[in-house]
Design a protein around this ligand. Structure first.
Ligand code: IPD
Ligand code: CA
Ligand code: CA
Length: 265
């Protein structure tokens, strides 16, 4: 049994509250698939509501911290040394299509220290992936997370994100997929960048790469992967930053071989 710090408990309480609401709304979404209007507006409301709950809960527990949310943008706050980075619903397309694979994503950035705490919570599977800088990464309260020990490229499973309508990078993606798919045992596109990173941390995926990401997609997972012994860089092998928007995360043995294939694309 691992006891999360007071800070993590604040984050978990907020994530569970937003997650309960998302899970309730998710139940409605499958009904709406067959309605004429479709679930679009309803999902937008669910997304906004989740962010509202997270902002309220986090502000209540840590007044004045800055808040960067996907929906509401940046609220600087009075305490310029701390900032929450939040995606209230990662995996919106899954949610919209009644596929139970999405997450609430919360990270805390501290001036000069980077991301010091992060969590990714899937309210449907009730899996809470979390990490604190220097203290390791965990699944729920009992399980220590470790990246996989797999070393052979051809036995490995890698996740990715495919650019969709309105996004750039389709050509580059196809070249990268061409390079990787012939060398690995499988490529997965599950539709939540946050859970893709958490699954690398949990050793379920051996690696994950994607371009065109935002800070709220990766802030929590960045720490969770590092605290599980993983390696995370940009998709070009540069040091990872939230602003770069590309990622390659993997176990330490396969990061190099994956990067080599990406560079060959
Ligand atoms: C998206 C998901 C998806 C990734 C996209 C993200 P959203 O986030 O993480 O897996 O491929 O790049 O924008 O829109 O569901 O919060
Ligand atoms: Ca997202
Ligand atoms: Ca989102």
């Amino acid at each position: 049994m691992t006891t999360p710090s007071a800070l993590l408990q604040v984050m978990m309480t907020a994530a569970r509250k937003a997650g309960r609401r998302l899970a309730r709304d998710f139940g409605e979404v499958s009904e709406l698939q067959v309605s004429k209007k479709g679930p679009g507006d309803f999902v937008t409301q669910a997304d906004l509501k989740s962010e509202e709950i997270l902002k309220e809960e986090l502000e209540k527990a840590r007044p004045g911290y800055g808040f960067l949310g996907e929906e509401g943008g940046l609220d600087e706050g009075s305490d310029k040394t701390h900032r929450w980075i939040v995606d209230p619903l990662d995996g919106t397309t899954n949610f919209l299509h009644a596929i139970p694979h999405f997450a609430v994503n919360i990270a805390l950035e501290r001036d000069g220290a980077g991301i010091v705490a992060g969590l990714t919570y899937n309210p449907i599977s009730n899996e809470m992936f979390w990490a604190e800088k220097g203290k390791g990464a965990f699944l729920n309260s009992e399980k220590r997370l470790r990246v996989s020990a797999r070393r052979q490229l051809d036995e490995s499973l890698i996740a990715t994100g495919i650019p969709f309508a309105g996004k750039p990078g389709h050509g580059v993606f196809l070249k990268e997929l061409h390079q990787l798919s012939q060398r690995v045992s499988g490529v997965r596109r599950f539709g939540s960048a946050a859970l893709d990173l958490a699954y690398v941390a949990a050793g379920r995926f051996d690696g994950y790469w994607e371009r065109g990401l935002k800070p709220w997609d990766t802030a929590a997972g960045w720490l969770i992967v590092m605290e599980s012994g993983g390696v995370i860089t940009s998709a070009d092998g540069e040091p990872f930053t939230l602003e770069n928007g590309t990622v390659l995360a993997a176990n330490p043995d396969l990061h190099g071989p994956y990067l080599e294939r990406l560079k060959a694309a």
